[in-house]
Design a binder for this molecule. Sequence first.
Ligand code: ARG
Length: 465
Amino acid sequence: MSNRMWGGRFASGPAEIMEEINASIGFDKRLAPQDIRGSLAHVAMLGKAGILPSADVATIEDGLKAVREEIEGGGFVFKRELEDIHMSVESRLTEIVGTAAGRLHTARSRNDQVATDMKLWVRDTLDSLDAQAADLQQALAEKALQHAATVMPGFTHLQSAQPVTFGHHCLAYVEMLARDRGRFRDARARLNECPLGAAALAGTSFPIDRHATAEALGFDRPTANSLDSVADRDFALEALAAASICAVHLSRFAEELVVWTSAQFNFVKLSDGYTTGSSIMPQKRNPDAAELVRAKSGRVIGALTGLLIVMKGLPLAYSKDMQEDKEGTFDALQALSLCLAAMTGMVRDLEPNADVLARAAGSGYATATDLADWLVRELGLPFREAHHVTGRLVGAASAKGIGLEELSLLEMQEAEPRITDTVYAVLGVENSVSSRTSYGGTAPDNVRTQATRWLALLKAPSASA
Ligand code: ARG
């Protein structure tokens, strides 16, 4: 049998493999709520514009609501021969209300329909990702406030660099997430133009009211060019790009958690809720959730790359290639949502090992810069020379296998005779962090101020990104 929806000029139906490669219903059925919402807006507009008689409009509206109930109730049977969600809904509508259903597709096409459905789905998803990222910011800002003065080593090249505070480290991710949220919001604002009514590619000769459908669906305005409306998926690309950047942020933090929870570092403890045991090694406590957050960034970036490649060679307007936008976009944005939720859980339960962190913060000559700064401040040495003197002292201490603070004053004075015993104060880790009071620096007072500022912003959501 040829296709009921478009088979007029076909003598026979598609080959089995054709049907398999062509069908998207297996994955676009999740667009059912958006599809029905779009159809309800479209048919109401057709009625108001006098294109359809109001009796048909009412019949179609009731029918669409009945279809929606069937889908929500799980009683709807999806059939591969109906290809996609658009034809599945319309076909069932025909079964329920009869010939009036055939009038729904007046002045539209699956091309503007699918673009509208996808935009609605991506828009909702961006909103919920934004809210989830805010939850993670909240969890991080709370940890930051609690640990504003908990010292830990700061790294560059994964070598001990200068001491920082645990709270400062948490707030670094709060800032990254703020930019991620800004990107989600930017993407949302740019996508919020309604393609419905662009029809197949050229617009329509019916006197439709595109402003009305745009408004009914919560869009700011209708898209201004019918070709562009059905031909681009930049809104999905932009969402995936924003998601990829966020996933990379989460992945870096996840990597830190994996390293920090190793026995060799032992910087933090993850809760039982976010770790697993080993079936053979009883001592193990594996950071699987963090590892999976790190790994899932791969599929998010993969979806972005995949869709960029799908789109790059397509002439205007619609090509069936664009049906391949869905699985990757759905999968990637869902994966990011799961990662945000898992990270939020891990952070809430996370306990830094303050003693271990303090010991580690002082090792590796992490206060060498403080010593150099002291030489500049107290003795007026040019920084380059102070750097050199400090280097000699680090060399002397390391040759003896001791810390800088364990060198005697005499040993210090061999490198620079004017050094006095007030130098020892800056060699302490606590002193080092509390001296970093420059704006954005790691001093506990700064961290407290920033954490408090974030917690207040997060309480007033409209101002928080
Ligand atoms: N399932 C299609 C997609 O996802 C819907 C649009 C089909 N349009 C067409 N002219 N065949 O892209």
